[in-house]
Structure formats: C-alpha cells, structure tokens
Design a protein around this ligand. Structure first.
Ligand SMILES: *Cc1c(COP(=O)(O)O)cnc(C)c1O
Length: 392
C-alpha cells in the first residue's frame, strides 16, 4: 500500500531562493558567525517592522532573555506575563531568578486581558510593588489589545516586551505586530511563518539598546586587542549562513501571510456552520497572520478536541491543542495569577476547548480538503440551521 505523506501542523516552507544567499556566504567563505548577511537580515526585519534596529539571535527565547537583561530585570523582580502561551515566553524570567505573575486572556483576541492586567497592577501597588516588565504575547498571529495594554503600562511606567514570535506580519491598527513595545521579539524557528531553521530577533527603536544586545549576545567581549570581559555574556548570535536563509524568507513573508489567511478561509468556509465550532476571532482593526488556524469546540454539542486530534492522527495528520496556560503548569505552580473572569478563567476555557489545525503554507488544497473531510466525519454532522447561522 502506498504510504501517505504525513501532514504537519506548520512545517518549514522554503521559497527556493535561500540557496542563492547561502551560496553567497559560501563563496565569500563567510560561514562562521556574523558577517554581511547578518547585517542585511537585521536591516530587512527592522525595516519591515518599521523600527530602527534589530539584533539577529540564535532563538526567540534568547531575544526574550536579552530583552529582560536590557530592561534590567533582576533576581526577585516581578514580571507580568500572558498566561496563555508557549513556555518559551516565561522561561527567561526564571533564567534571571525573577518572579513571573501570570495574566489571564480575554475572549476577543485570546491574549492578555487589560482588565486582569489592571487588577494585577492595582494589587501590586497596594503591596508597594511594581513589576519590572510586562511580556505580552500575540497568540497564533492575533495581536493583543495593545492600546489598552500600552496605556496601563505607561501609566505605571513599566516597559513592554512584545512576544511576536507567532505574529510576524500581523497588523494592529496598521502597525506591525512587535513594533509597539519597548522591545519586540520574533522567532524563526522551523514551525513559524518564516524560518531560518532556528533563530530569533530582538527589535526596538532604541538603537543603543540593540547595540548592547549584540554585545551581550557575543560573550560581552569588550573592545580591546585581547579578550577582555567585565560582565556575563552569552553566545546568542545568529550565524551568517542562517541569516542568508532569513533574507530570502523575508522576501516572501507577505505572501506567506496571505497563504495562511487563505488556509484559514478555506477551513472557515467549509466548517463555520457546523454546530458547536467557533473559529478564533480577528479583532477589529487588526490583521492576523493566521499562523495557525485555531478554533474552540463546545464539547456538549460536539466531539472533543482530544478525539478530533486522535481521528486526524490515525490518518497521519498532526493537530494540536491550544497552549496549556502557564499558571496551570507544575513549573509555575507557586506563581500569582490574575483573571477578570467571574468563573473559570478565559485561558483555561480556551485550553479545554481549543484546537489547532494543520496550517502549513506548503499544504495543497487537496490535502486540506482531505483534512476537512476527516473533520466532517469526526464531528457530529449537525449544522446550524441557516436562519441562525451568522451571515458573513
Ligand atoms: C516559538 C515561540 C517562542 C520561542 O521562539 P524560539 O525561537 O523557538 O526560541 C516564544 N514565544 C512564543 C509564543 C512562541 O510561539
């Protein structure tokens, strides 16, 4: 029997032009760390984001870590952080022995809830404390409510780090996701909308801070003829070779965004009228990059996400649940958590009911149709009567 090719959630998708850039690096023998392609890649990303500077790093996690260092987060400091996210958002807080405080999501964007954030600020103030930084995540390509979040953080005079690892190419009121806080973080990991196989970037309008980021990321080597060191450094720089891949990938970023949005639209057109399925919303005045097509399922009316994932797995198709909130992770069991919800926190509901569908831009329409077919079979085939269906 012919083996069917496995369909992954969001595999890397090369344009084919990456080779030319890598060849450039080989021809000039600029294989090892740093070099002209790193500079070119940094400029391309900074220009795209509409910010002054960027530092190409070995990962998005490294970028978050150095953003915390640049802000001056120290042992015992509080850092407010979105709870509904990948663990990489919060691990760097622990690297610095600082204390994460998790903030619940709201339903419009699934991201940090401004009301919960306000509650966290007020309560901390009563205790005579103030966080050193706020890390806000733009999940699955949907920007958080930045106006409200930035206004609160400005009122309390706390810098914002945007974890835009999943939202490169997304817009918030015309502004690029990742360009609004003091620092923005992008990831070029293999599963992200564009990739260098592994890598990240820290961007900011603060050019001096980005220059210092480059210094910390190259072992904090002082300017001297010999090797001189005054402080702790890291080996966090991106190699010149991978920056070449990144340059070629940046050229097709906007195309990838449209492809991701098209994948979302095809799922939506096929399944939005099925009872008990709700696609992740796109908030007013924002444009999501739809990194992953994500939805929630009303388990009283429908097959559970776990059963749907199992049904797809049987057919060699990878689907995933939504991130498990960090305040529910054993690693963070002692951390404070703020929610504005009356009952169950929004992030916990999203975890219980959420499902991420295969969203690779290299997926063919035939492959997607097959996935939709399997979903239709796995779901209870009730559709909303057309009189009740939302008109789009
Ligand atoms: C992927 C991801 C990261 C980490 O990026 P790496 O480049 O893999 O270190 C951070 N935050 C979020 C939300 C992510 O999805």
């Amino acid at each position: 029997m012919k083996e069917r090719k496995r369909i992954y959630l969001s595999p890397p998708h090369m344009s084919g032009k990456e080779y030319l850039k890598i060849e450039e690096a080989f021809k000039s023998n600029w294989i090892a760390p740093l070099g002209p392609l790193v500079n070119e890649f940094e400029q391309a990303v900074a220009h795209y984001a509409g910010v002054k500077a960027g530092a190409a790093l070995s990962s998005g996690t490294a970028a978050i870590h150095l953003a915390l260092k640049l802000i001056g987060v120290q042992k015992g400091d509080m850092v407010f952080c979105s709870t509904l996210t990948f663990v990489a958002t919060a691990n760097p807080i622990l690297y610095e022995q600082a204390t994460p405080v998790f903030i619940d999501s709201e339903k419009d964007t699934w991201n940090m809830c401004p009301l919960a954030l306000e509650k966290a600020f007020e309560e901390s103030k009563r205790l005579g404390k103030r966080p050193r930084a706020v890390i806000v995540v733009h999940l699955y390509g949907q920007s958080a409510k930045m106006d409200e979040i930035m206004a609160l953080c400005e009122a309390y005079d706390v810098p914002v780090i945007e974890d835009a690892a999943e939202s490169l190419g997304a817009l918030y009121k015309g502004e690029k996701s990742g360009s609004m806080g003091r620092f923005g973080v992008y990831s070029f990991n293999g599963n992200k909308i564009i990739t260098t196989s592994g890598g990240g970037m820290l961007v900011s309008d603060d050019e001096a801070a980005i220059e210092r980021c480059r210094f910390l990321a190259s072992q904090a080597r002082e300017r001297a003829m010999h090797y001189e060191h005054q402080e702790i450094g890291y080996n966090y720089r991106m190699s010149n070779l991978l920056a070449g891949v990144g340059i070629a990938q940046m050229e097709i970023l906007d195309e990838r965004v449209e492809q991701k949005r098209h994948i979302f639209k095809r799922y939506h057109d096929a399944l939005s009228k099925v009872e008990g399925l709700y696609f992740m919303p796109e908030y007013q005045n924002t444009k999501s990059n739809r990194w992953l097509t994500t939805l929630t399922i009303d388990c009283e009316k429908q097959t559970s996400p776990v059963d749907i994932i199992a049904a797809l797995e049987k057919e060699q198709i990878e689907a995933r649940r939504v991130w498990k909130p960090l305040h529910q992770q054993p690693l963070f069991r002692d951390c404070l958590f703020y929610s504005a919800a009356k009952g169950t926190p929004v992030s916990e509901l999203l975890f219980e009911t959420g499902l991420c569908l295969p969203s690779g831009t290299s997926m063919t329409e035939a492959e997607q149709d097959r996935i939709i077919d399997i979903l239709r079979h796995a779901l209870r085939e009730k559709t909303i009567p057309s009189s009740q269906a939302a008109h789009s």
